[in-house]
Ligand binder design. Structure first.
Ligand code: SF4
Length: 249
């Protein structure tokens, strides 16, 4: 799954760019999901007093509200990017916001001052209000969110790669860099996506409390070998069977 972000300060044109990219990628036959990061502390999808709100109040846990044309799943907590991605399955995911995560980024800005605060090697294009009267910022191309959406989409398809396994802040360092440096290296052509040493679920998947845990390759291999060594002596096991283990307190 290829994931990138459209980041910037408030009222810089992020949503317009995101929506135009969704439409253009969809037109080209790609499946798209999107994530909107919201900073309003009072934000809630629930209507106070509704029946599903009462469920959530009672359980303080996940609630699914099923309607005729829509179904909502509401978690009563903020999810990490990895947790959100684990629920999505599409060719591209566009994240509007989340400036801090290690993803290839398009920056939306109104002026150079804002760009200077946000730009680094993870940025591959500039857009937003700044594009109304600029077409370049240093070596980065600036794209108008409607007139040049086709060119910007071409660049997204060319630049964006399958998401790194730890795009949140907890990089493993196995490659000798952090994840943001790896994103920069891949965008600049110094690295390839295969240089990331920790890919999720290569040999073994562990969930703790419902969350996927990333494990470095040699630990994956060791755990896999130990578990298979035990399980293959059990009646009913056949070579190549997948093994699911649940441990409860
Ligand atoms: S090996 Fe992969 S997950 Fe680990 S720091 Fe490098 S890029 Fe990030």
């Amino acid at each position: 799954m290829k994931v990138f972000s459209v980041a910037g300060f408030h009222h810089t044109g992020k949503t317009t760019v995101t929506v135009e990219l969704i439409k253009e990628l969809k037109k080209r036959g790609y499946s798209i999901s999107s994530i909107k990061d919201i900073h309003n502390e009072n934000f809630t999808m629930e209507k106070k007093g509704s029946n599903s709100w009462k469920h959530a109040q009672a359980s303080e846990n996940t609630v699914i509200a099923r309607g005729i044309s829509e179904t909502y799943q509401i978690w009563n907590k903020q999810l990490t990017l990895n947790e959100m991605l684990s629920h999505l399955d599409s060719d591209f995911v566009i994240v509007e916001g989340m400036k801090e995560v290690a993803l290839p980024r398009i920056i939306c800005a109104i002026d150079e001052e804002q760009i200077k605060q946000l730009v680094d090697g993870t940025v591959f294009a500039i857009s937003g209000i700044y594009a109304n009267d600029h077409d370049k910022y240093n070596n980065l191309k600036v794209f108008h969110s409607t007139d040049q959406i086709k060119e910007l989409t071409d660049l997204v398809i060319q630049k964006v790669f399958p998401v790194l396994p730890l795009p949140n802040l907890e990089c493993c360092g196995e490659c000798g860099m952090n994840c943001r440096e790896m994103v920069s290296g891949i965008l600049a052509g110094r690295n390839s996506r295969e240089d990331c040493k920790t890919d999720r679920n290569l040999d073994i998947q562990i969930e703790v409390g419902g969350k996927d845990i990333n494990i470095v390759p040699y630990v994956q291999k060791t755990l896999k070998d130990i578990i298979i060594a035990y399980v293959k002596n059990l009646k009913g096991y056949q070579e190549g069977d997948s093994i699911d283990i649940k441990i409860r307190d």
